[in-house]
Design a protein around this ligand. Structure first.
Ligand SMILES: [Mn+2]
Length: 336
């Protein structure tokens, strides 16, 4: 992480008064938790914040304090001293009609992904951090915010950390991760409330969808790649919406011998993001070991981390599946 960028972010906070906070479309727990945590840190310094995301906040995050403040539009005429964007590796992960510089002011990226472009005027990026929440805590420390943080800041940041480490299980989890988590628990967060909201409390529709998805699971390359395709009909039969499919890819990784798990699901296109007549297929990828699924995702036009990545493809499920399997094989060093 660049100390210069951190100092520049601090300067923008100190000199400004009103800030826009946002994160990538289809936001996950780290994106939202980091945004809410940063919002609370800025409020504690007497700043005004406006929280925005085009898409709804996932229902499993509705328990977080301050989540009601997130709006799905920015009123015309509003402008900001700076904009902070959490957990977002590329411009393409923001809505197409994202406001211009005249509205946003300088754009500060706070993130832990490998960047896909040179988006952002100030880039506070730490690719060694296990969650963007950790980078937010670095910003808080640089701002001189006293610890322990308030519960309103601690709860979303702890939630982000739990989600992005898979409940402190993923390879990026270190002793330092647990020290940070301990500090966040000192704010008064209840660990079980967070864990049950993030990992449990499934709807019947999602459990039924999981059943169908597992039944539809196939393997390729002698069991080294697991693939599940989820057509809209499968979602409809389970009574599930397409966001219910999010995360089901992890079940493919549980199969012994699988090195890459892929899930592809058909999305109902939104008018502002599709080329007319094309189907959007979402692809989610997980690595069970040495495979780097971010390389597979980049080859498919997406991105992410070594262990977890994804892409959106303007192809039907069948053609998308062919490409995903081909690229997964390439990453495993298998000649097609
Ligand atoms: Mn993240």
């Amino acid at each position: 992480m660049s100390n210069l960028a951190l100092a520049e972010a601090v300067r923008l906070v100190k000199q400004g008064q009103r800030f826009l906070l946002t994160c990538h479309v289809l936001p996950d727990a780290d994106a939202v938790g980091s945004m809410l945590g940063l919002a609370e840190i800025l409020r504690s310094l007497g700043k005004e914040v406006y929280l925005y995301n085009r898409d709804p906040i996932p229902p499993q995050l509705h328990f977080l304090p301050g989540v009601d403040a997130v709006r799905n539009s920015i009123p015309t005429g509003m402008h900001f001293d700076a904009t902070f964007i959490t957990d977002t590796a590329a411009r393409s992960l923001l809505p197409r009609r994202f406001p211009s510089h005249a509205v946003t002011g300088p754009v500060v990226i706070i993130d832990h992904h490998v960047a896909h472009d040179d988006f952002g005027d100030v880039v506070v990026r730490d690719v060694s951090a296990c969650a963007t929440a950790v980078v937010v805590l670095d910003v808080a420390a640089a701002l001189g915010v006293r610890r322990p943080l308030s519960l309103a800041a601690g709860a979303p940041l702890y939630t982000a950390l739990v989600a992005d480490t898979g409940g402190f299980r993923y390879p990026g989890t270190t002793a330092q991760t647990l020290r940070i988590a301990a500090d966040l628990l000192d704010t008064g967060v209840d660990a079980w409330t967070v864990a049950s909201n993030i990992f449990e409390g499934w709807s019947m529709a999602r459990l039924r969808l999981l059943g169908s998805a597992i039944n539809a699971m196939e393997t390729e390359y002698a069991g080294r790649v697991a693939v599940v395709t989820v057509p809209l009909a499968m979602l409809d039969k389970a009574g599930a919406t397409d966001d219910a499919a999010e995360g089901l890819v992890e079940y493919g990784r549980m199969l012994k011998g699988v090195e890459i798990s892929a899930m592809l699901w058909e999305r109902r296109p939104r008018t502002d993001e599709t080329i007319e007549g094309l189907t959007l297929t979402r692809v989610s990828l997980r690595s069970a070991g040495r495979a780097d699924v971010s390389k597979v995702a980049v080859a498919l036009g997406g991105g992410g981390h070594r262990a977890a990545a994804g892409a959106t493809m303007n192809l039907d499920l069948r053609s998308a599946r062919e490409l995903v399997v081909l690229e997964a094989g390439r990453e495993l060093g298998i000649d097609p």
